[in-house]
Write a protein that binds this ligand. Structure first.
Ligand code: 6CS
Ligand code: FE
Length: 298
């Protein structure tokens, strides 16, 4: 077990009892005064922990990314790559990680001012890509993602010190309530839920298919849901969502014929560089938690 020298504001996976820790950091960080998001949108993000961007992509852009997703998910070399995770109940592609390195088309999206401008505003600094993935969530066999906080994992297993990280999810197919649309608990990012359990070695090999360690207990989820309510991210292909790394979120299985495919890019502040994991025997691979902290530039 790696021992960290720095203090841990968000201890997790250290006790047999879940604990609630009030967040000691802002959701919307100061430091970048202007950008594509209005003052009201930044304030809404700070309160709720998420910001919807309807129609971020034009329809011809959606078509271009959908074609790219089709190329990626049918390329046998990519299918055989360790960065491709398949569904536990079928051999269908679940996620392709480090997709910004696998696809120049998607790398360009991360540099797009409509994305980069907003992300720098919300994190108050230059940013780099901590993780990227395509979630394909195929029809009929697409398994969801149980309730979790991404920051709980990125703190415990990737060593991110503070919740100064924002995820962008862009819908490449119509996201409906019935085909696995992402559910979020608005305002839940203000509370860090310290989870029980110890991180197994190479945990990512199972957690990326179905996460258990690092997911909250039902009493915690019941209390958070009653306090915050549950919103759902739905909308036509091209819609986008920016959400705080500590937002409690999850999605149901997709038993409909309609895939719920999204591009997912995680931006971390360059002032929040990870060190050793806070609660894991070894760091995760670079394709899940990037070691390249070069700021994203237009
Ligand atoms: O472990 C991770 O980094 C990934 N797992 C989930 C369920 N969401 C965030 C992230 O993509
Ligand atoms: Fe997640």
């Amino acid at each position: 077990m790696t021992v960290r020298a720095v203090s841990d504001s968000y201890p997790t996976r250290v006790s047999d009892r879940p604990m609630w820790i009030e967040r000691s950091h802002p959701t919307a960080w100061p430091g970048v005064a202007s950008g594509p998001a209005s003052g009201a949108e930044v304030a809404c993000y700070d309160r709720d922990g998420y910001l919807q961007i309807p129609g971020l992509l034009e329809s011809e852009e959606v078509a271009r990314y959908w074609d790219e997703l089709g190329r990626l998910t049918t390329d046998p070399e990519i299918k055989a790559d360790e960065r491709t995770v398949v569904e536990s109940s079928s051999d269908e592609v679940r996620s392709i990680f480090e997709v910004h390195k696998v696809s120049d088309v998607i790398a360009e999206l991360a540099r797009d001012p409509r994305v980069l401008g907003r992300v720098r505003q919300l994190l108050g600094s230059d940013v780099y890509i901590h993780q990227s993935r395509i979630n394909y969530m195929p029809g009929f066999t697409g398994n969801g993602f149980y309730w979790h906080s991404d920051f709980e994992t990125w703190h415990a297993e990737d060593g991110l010190p503070a919740p100064r990280t924002v995820s962008l999810s862009i819908a490449l197919t119509d996201n409906y309530p019935f085909n696995g649309g992402l559910m979020v608990m608005p305002g839940s990012q203000h509370t860090f839920v310290s989870c029980t359990g110890a991180t197994p070695a190479n945990h990512y090999k199972e957690s990326l298919q179905e996460q258990e360690v690092g997911t909250p207990d039902r009493d915690t989820l019941r209390a958070l849901a009653h306090r915050c309510g549950i919103d759902q991210f739905t909308g036509p292909a091209g819609s986008a969502l920016l959400f705080d790394c500590n937002m409690m979120h999850g999605s149901g299985n997709n038993i409909t014929p309609f895939p719920r495919s999204n591009i997912f890019i995680v931006f971390n502040s360059v002032d929040n560089i990870p060190g050793a994991p806070f609660a894991a025997p070894t760091p995760r691979p670079g394709w899940v938690a990037s070691r390249d902290h070069t700021p994203v530039r237009r």
